[in-house]
Ligand binder design. Sequence first.
Ligand code: ZN
Length: 162
Amino acid sequence: MALENLRTLYQQVILEHYKKPRHRGKTDPVDRHQRGHNPSCGDTIDLTVKLNASGDRIEDVKFEGEGCAIAMASADLMADAMRGKSLTEALEMVQSFQNMMKGQAEFPRELRKLNVMQGVAQFPVRIKCATLTWHTLKAAIEQSSEPSAGFISNEASPEGVL
Ligand code: ZN
């Protein structure tokens, strides 16, 4: 497929997930909850996670929030991909996604849908939009089961006052 067509395909998939998200809402019950914020674009994500009985596997991920098409599509694609994954697998996928945004990796066949986000790596200012939901999920997984207060931010420097 020509590169130009491939780019158009990626954009179509992103727009489709933005307009018709399949995983918007809140899980029931809420075993983990984390908010994320990307100040450079204004995206916010409110993630909820339902775990299995032993608490080591993701049964469901849902999101709420406001943001650009890339941030919302990334959240929807991630929620889809995370169902049934162990927490260890989920953290590995977060790492793989970050590597993909650096152009260093892509997902294997069974997760190839996530590779549509590769196109975003060409636009450095939008990478934080794509990774926001993944950072937020990582924080949700790594926290204890107590609900956390406030937002996590994916702006690296706390001194960076806008
Ligand atoms: Zn954004």
